[in-house]
Design a binder for this molecule. Structure first.
Ligand SMILES: *[C@@H]1O[C@H](CO)[C@@H](O)[C@H](O)[C@H]1NC(C)=O
Ligand SMILES: *[C@@H]1O[C@H](CO)[C@@H](O)[C@H](O)[C@H]1NC(C)=O
Length: 459
């Protein structure tokens, strides 16, 4: 009865410890050390079974390395198609400000030339060669005079050189714009302005050219940018593939107990590693995902929470957009939420098989909505099904009720049904697709890495 601790304590006072005592002490030290090591690592291992060695992201940086940007000759082809379309519509000119359309025709994005109150305009006019019957394009840049050196540094591809027309501070830029292209202006012929041209610019042109009608570019012109070429599709595919790979790599780093804000840092790191620019990311846990564009907080991930990541970036100017709602291996998701997940998946699949060349965009939205409505959750699918995607993250045409646009080959859309029950749960699945030239059917841009999510455990 008095052996145990007493004897041990007693032994401590002995000047020459026995062999047994030394062994006991060593065992104690060893056990304590092991215990400390176990104590230190156990929570980490439990919470994060897949610590993030940085090499886990290495496959992302090489994924799109072989994808070239748009070539100079493709830019010239675009300008020629535009000129021919203008000619067929009896239009005299097309005007765009730095932005997606000016990027498309002239390689002038609004990050390369920021918009200000002083107009810099890309003007494309058709040149009809009466001897050959060919229509060629003429590219003119209207630039503030004091900025013309910088304007000439823009890399604007063109078959026959770019005409730089300067306007001095005291002059009216619109009068100069109109007179510079006057020889292409057929009396009464329209000047088409790109949809993103600001109102004061359109008004300025209207005032300067009272004999022409200045109006928004019609659908024949808009389609030139809406319908993607094979090289554009290659860029869009890779950007969307690598975005999905980034979500999957991020999932491997996530653990119960982490915060939404940490998730956001992880996904942004992965997208940056993938070489994407203009990053966009939403990371929401549990009921926070019921706000479709929620901004993310410090909410902690619980084991019964679904995780929603909606993110994208751009490659050579072309955007990606992918959403996954998923669970971790160690999650225990309520079965009611799993049923909703399956319902969203069914809606996405139905929309996908409906979206073919010749279909009305609103029909695709309707089909997805009916799947969710049939199970009684119609009121929780609160937004349109999808948007066009390309040089803009959201661009025309849209998959939404009330839209009469007709789907054509080369069109690209997001397909992103969702169910949002505020205070409870939010689920969205998003993959972008294009309409194949060969089949007229929809093909996911993420097809190369497995396409849409198979289950909450296979995002
Ligand atoms: C478009 O502009 C970028 C940025 O200046 C340049 O790197 C690229 O070569 C240009 N593209 C073409 C086809 O000229
Ligand atoms: C363009 O003008 C020609 C000749 O004036 C006319 O025959 C044709 O219908 C016009 N086309 C359009 C699309 O307005």
């Amino acid at each position: 009865m008095d052996k145990g601790s007493y004897n041990l304590g007693d032994a401590c006072h002995k000047s020459s410890p026995s062999i047994i005592h030394v062994v006991k002490t060593k065992a104690l030290v060893l056990l304590t050390a092991l215990g400390l090591v176990a104590f230190y690592f156990a929570p980490f291992r439990l919470l994060n079974p897949h610590p993030p060695p940085s090499t886990q992201l290495d496959h992302l940086s090489s994924h799109c390395a072989h994808i070239p940007p748009i070539s100079p000759s493709e830019f010239v082809d675009r300008q020629t198609s535009l000129a021919q379309t203008l000619r067929s519509l009896n239009a005299s000119a097309y005007v765009a400000e730095p932005g997606a359309s000016a990027q498309f025709y002239g390689n002038i994005s609004d990050s390369r030339w920021h918009l200000s109150e002083r107009p810099l305009l890309l003007i494309i006019t058709p040149n009809h060669d009466t001897s050959t019957g060919h229509v060629q394009s003429k590219v003119t840049i209207l630039t503030p005079k004091f900025e013309s050196t910088r304007a000439k540094l823009l890399n604007i591809p063109s078959a026959s050189g770019v005409d730089f027309v300067e306007w001095a501070e005291e002059a009216d830029p619109y009068t100069i714009a109109v007179s510079s292209v006057l020889d292409s202006l057929t009396e009464g012929g329209a000047i088409f302005v790109d949809g993103s041209v600001r109102n004061f610019i359109a008004e300025g042109l209207r005032t300067a050219a009272p004999h022409f009608s200045v109006k928004p570019a019609p659908v024949e012109v808009r389609r030139l940018r809406e319908r993607k070429s094979p090289s554009e599709l290659e860029i869009l595919k890779c950007a969307n593939e690598v975005t999905l790979l980034a979500i999957r790599a991020t999932r491997e780093q996530m653990y119960i107990g982490m915060r939404e804000s940490e998730g956001r840092t992880m996904i942004r790191g992965a997208l940056a590693k993938a070489g994407l620019e203009d990053l966009d990311s939403i990371v929401l846990f549990g009921e926070n995902a019921a706000l479709p564009h929620g901004s993310g907080t410090d909410r902690v991930l619980g084991e019964s929470d679904l995780i929603l990541i909606d993110c994208g970036g751009s490659l050579h100017g072309y955007h990606s957009d992918v959403t996954r709602t998923f669970a971790l291996r160690s999650s225990f998701i309520p079965s009611a939420h799993l049923s909703l997940w399956k319902l969203v998946q069914d809606a996405q699949t139905s929309a996908h098989v409906t979206a073919t060349s010749g279909t009305l965009t609103r029909t695709v939205d309707e089909v997805a909505r009916e799947v969710i409505l049939a199970q009684g959750y119609g009121q929780y699918f609160t937004h349109r099904l999808g948007h066009g995607i390309g040089l803009e993250g959201h661009e025309s045409p849209y998959l939404r009720g009330g839209s009469d646009d007709i789907i054509q080959t080369g069109h690209t859309f997001s397909n992103e049904p969702g169910i949002y029950i505020e205070g409870k749960v939010g689920i969205r699945l998003e993959d972008c697709f294009y309409i194949s030239e060969e089949s007229g059917n929809a093909v996911y841009l993420t097809e190369g890495v497995g396409g849409p999510s198979r289950s909450p455990w296979f995002p």
